[in-house]
Design a protein around this ligand. Structure first.
Ligand code: ATP
Ligand code: MG
Length: 574
């Protein structure tokens, strides 16, 4: 490609509404243009990168034995009624009507459509196992589309679905897809982590998310310093600390007229936040399904975890207690709550860390007062219910028993999921098994955010001057830049010859023949992230060399033609 004949439109201006580097750089490099909230046009430059990602994904899916098909993005309401998701999917589902007033959804995902395909196309166990995939446009009416294509409303996803006679076979294919995902992100040159995920809402047995590590990531990931254990912070288990020490203080009342938070109380007393206990008033149900008031206790410096709370008996659908309920059960008001002296009808649940505390500080259930020097078994009964109620923090022991946890931020670029028989059952999808009986197949689903990967890669690979593409994603691997081609026919010819030779050697190369000033030309080539730059100038030609510079290198080097080609061949991606 010659840049003089390409559509390249970079911009010097920093876009005002772009909060993160990838969004900023994709706009400045002219890779995308916003049409409306969460809707983007991929420019010719952006599309080249998107197609690179797509290619790697497609090759690895094919190599893993998945078969490509293509499903419609518009899906009839009736299918979604069969699984109950027409209502349950919520506001992300864009509902539309045709001229006959028939209702449709713009597909946010394709479990319903693939299951409909399977129930029509799969008749016998002999057709199983099978994994179908597509690379296709999805629409999700995100509440807060942001960060450009990172969280768009319309985006490109690779979604795959597998069908199995047995759970064991589903587990085998799940592993196969998990491994293929590892190869995809490795080939794309990304630093990533496979992370245990919560299977909560969709309801399945096993799930992993693949995260590209980047400070701007929306998710927090806990990972072991010693092993490849990694989990979403929300899901990682906080292990019980060691044995409780002996009490040293006596319980005393502290005046806290305006101090309603653990932070304020700790500051007033001049103690560490970790000596205080937060009391969270909740409403759940008891064994007979009657309303149950619950006081959940977590250490002042810890954060209570909603998913873990909801796993406790009676709290599956808990809510925060109202001020009236708090007054009724504790005779006090928020800001001064605590577990000392509460009625037996109040159920106290203590986080594991709280259960191991001594000489701690809690609210006194009296306006303007806290209690210090509180100890279990003496000032209040030993906690009956002790559980893991909090988010893990940096330095906690790793739940797999090896090393300590670090916390990193990640961008979810892929998700693999053992769905089980939920969709097949709901939609009456069966095949005949070996004995001729109808059997409901188990399903897996496997997604990759193809367009999000482009943004995630930039988050990991950029500097002050622009993008620095991994070799496998670059719009072109090399740029041949011509200095003053109009003044010197020899330079133009030499550049042209090198450009042809590189492309002939299988090195995707662009010729910058726009005749721009060197500074402007180099600025563009850096901004759009071409990994290798070769400058052809009169001076170099006289010396028989080309000026070569890797995008990440501080200095340029003078190389012979053969050395330039050797360099580029040595870094050729798979
Ligand atoms: P998120 O938690 O980021 O909203 P999700 O868990 O809802 O994503 P999945 O249903 O697992 O997403 O979809 C598969 C993949 O599609 C995700 O791993 C992600 O890479 C990508 N994806 C999901 N939503 C978006 C979006 N709004 N914009 C771009 N990519 C997305
Ligand atoms: Mg997901």
């Amino acid at each position: 490609m010659r840049l003089s004949q390409f559509h390249l439109r970079t911009s010097k201006e920093t876009p005002a509404d772009a909060e993160i580097a990838s969004h900023r750089l994709m706009l400045k490099a002219g890779m995308i243009r916003k049409l409306a909230a969460g809707l983007y046009t991929w420019s010719p430059l952006g599309l080249r990168v998107l197609r690179k990602v797509e290619r790697v994904v497609r090759e690895e899916m094919n190599a893993a034995g998945a078969i490509e098909l293509l499903m419609p993005s518009i899906q009839p309401r009736e299918l979604w009624e069969e699984t109950g998701r027409w209502e349950k999917f919520g506001g992300q589902l864009l509902k539309i009507k045709d001229r006959k007033e028939a209702e449709y959804a713009y597909g946010p995902t394709h479990e319903e459509v693939i299951t409909d395909f399977a129930r029509a196309e799969l008749a016998s166990y002999k057709q199983l196992p099978v994994t179908y995939y597509q690379i296709q446009t999805k629409f999700r009416d995100e509440i807060r589309p942001r960060f450009g294509v990172m969280r768009a409303r319309e985006f490109l996803m690779k979604d795959a679905y597998s069908f199995h006679l047995t759970d064991e076979d589903l587990a085998r294919e799940y592993r196969n897809m998990y491994d293929a995902y590892g190869r995809i992100f490795t080939r794309l040159g990304l630093k990533f982590r496979a992370v245990f995920a919560d299977t909560g809402a969709i309801g399945g047995s096993a799930s992993h998310e693949f995260h590209v590590l980047a400070d701007s990531g929306e998710d927090a990931i806990a990972f072991s310093s010693a092993t490849d254990y990694a989990a979403n912070v929300e899901l990682a288990e906080a292990l019980a600390p060691g044995k409780r020490a002996a009490a040293t203080e006596t319980m005393r009342r502290i005046d806290t007229p305006t101090q309603k938070t653990c932070e304020d109380v700790a500051a007033l007393m001049g103690i560490e936040l970790a000596r205080t206990v937060k009391s969270i008033a909740l409403m759940g149900v008891d064994a007979e399904n009657n309303p149950q008031f619950v006081l959940a206790l977590v250490r002042g410096d810890h954060v209570a975890n909603e998913i873990k709370l909801a796993k406790l008996p009676g709290l599956a659908e808990y809510r925060l207690a109202t001020e009236a309920e708090i007054l009724e059960h504790l005779g006090s008001e928020p800001g001064f709550l605590g577990p000392v002296g509460v009625k037996p009808s109040v159920q106290v649940v203590a986080d594991r860390a709280v259960a191991a505390m001594v000489d701690f500080v809690v609210g006194a259930n009296e306006r303007g007062a806290h209690l210090a020097g509180v100890n279990w078994g003496r000032d209040l009964p030993e906690p009956v219910l002790v559980a893991d109620l909090r988010n893990v923090v940096e330095g906690d022991p790793s739940p797999d028993g090896h090393g300590t946890l670090g916390i990193a931020r990640g961008i979810e670029v892929g998700h693999v999921f053992q769905l089980g028989r939920k969709y097949a059952q709901a939609m009456g999808c069966t095949v005949l098994d070996e004995t001729g009986k109808a059997a409901t197949p188990a399903m897996g689903c496997y997604g990759i955010g193809v367009s999000r990967i482009v943004a995630a890669a930039i988050e990991q690979n950029h500097d002050a001057n622009g993008i620095l593409w991994p070799e496998s994603m670059a719009p072109w691997r090399a740029a041949v830049c011509v200095i003053n081609p109009k003044n010197d026919a020899g330079v133009a010819e030499a550049a042209e010859a090198l450009y042809r030779e590189l492309n002939a050697a299988g090195i995707e190369t662009v010729l910058d023949d726009r005749g721009l000033r060197p500074g402007v030309m180099f600025g563009d080539i850096e901004l759009i992230g071409i990994p290798h730059r070769i400058v052809v100038s009169e001076r170099g030609l006289a010396a028989g060399t080309f000026e070569y510079r890797h995008r990440a290198a501080a200095e340029a080097e003078q190389l012979s033609r053969a050395d330039v080609i050797a360099r580029l061949q040595a870094t050729q991606p798979a």
